[in-house]
Design a protein around this ligand. Structure first.
Ligand code: ADE
Length: 234
């Protein structure tokens, strides 16, 4: 086992879906996977391996924020040889045209996290999606008749920004939405030469102040998860 994951070598598949919420990991495993085994209960950050359409796949909760997802991504890659890391999460819209329940695929992730500034000594690093996974996700969405948007997202270190801070500068520069993990995931995938992609559903809007209900979140989450599960079939 690694420090934060209790699986034995070989118990985690090459492709792993990464919801922030460990109970979402449980729900995905119970709803979509066959022959499921729970391989991790450390800190209640549940992880499962099973099969989807005959292919082995895992799903691992990551917690919230760049520090937390970075721990799980690092250990999955370095201790368990994971090659495809697919975040399935939620985000807040920064654009009028990005509506509640829309699915956004993160092509790149800007960030307020200081980790890459320290890592690159003040220079910018542009964390980007893996092109192969990105292209396949777009094709799968088309085949399924699911509309998706794609572009730059903001990975923020704060869910509750100060009242006097504004999202509008990011919005003006074309950033589609805000979440809290993608730049960390894309950076570690680049560092270790593996593949990563973030699929996000819009759960709230900074523009209109609207929020989705729990029930609505489940429906859109399902569409996104179905795209993500099929990405493992490469
Ligand atoms: N995830 C979902 N909505 C969010 C928001 N408004 N800010 C940061 N992360 C989020």
């Amino acid at each position: 086992m690694s420090i934060h994951i209790g699986a034995k070598k070989g118990e985690i598949a090459e492709t792993v879906l990464l919801p922030g919420d460990p109970l979402r990991a449980k729900w995905i495993a119970e709803t979509y996977l066959k022959d499921v085994k729970c391989y991790n209960k450390v800190r209640n950050m549940f992880g499962y391996t099973g099969t989807y359409k005959g292919k082995r796949i895992s799903v691992q909760g990551t917690g919230m924020g760049v520090p937390s997802i970075s721990i799980y991504a690092h250990e999955l890659i370095n201790d368990y040889n994971v090659k495809n890391l697919i975040r399935v999460g939620s985000a807040g819209s920064y654009q009028k045209s990005v509506k509640l329940r829309d699915i956004v695929i993160a092509m790149a992730a800007s960030s307020t996290s200081g980790i890459n500034q320290a890592r690159f000594q003040g220079a910018d690093f542009a964390p980007t999606a893996n092109f192969g996974l990105f292209q396949k996700a777009i094709e799968l969405a088309k085949e399924k008749g699911i509309e998706v948007k794609a572009g730059n997202v903001l990975t923020s270190d704060e869910f509750y920004a100060d009242e006097f801070e504004s999202y509008q500068k990011w919005s003006k520069f074309g950033v589609l939405c805000v979440e809290m993990e993608t730049s960390g995931l894309y950076t570690l995938a680049a560092k270790h030469n593996v593949n990563a992609l973030s699929l996000l559903t819009i759960s709230d809007s900074l523009v209109t102040g609207e929020k989705t209900s729990t029930e609505e979140r489940e429906t859109t989450f399902s569409e996104m998860v179905e795209i993500a599960l099929e990405l493992g079939e490469n």
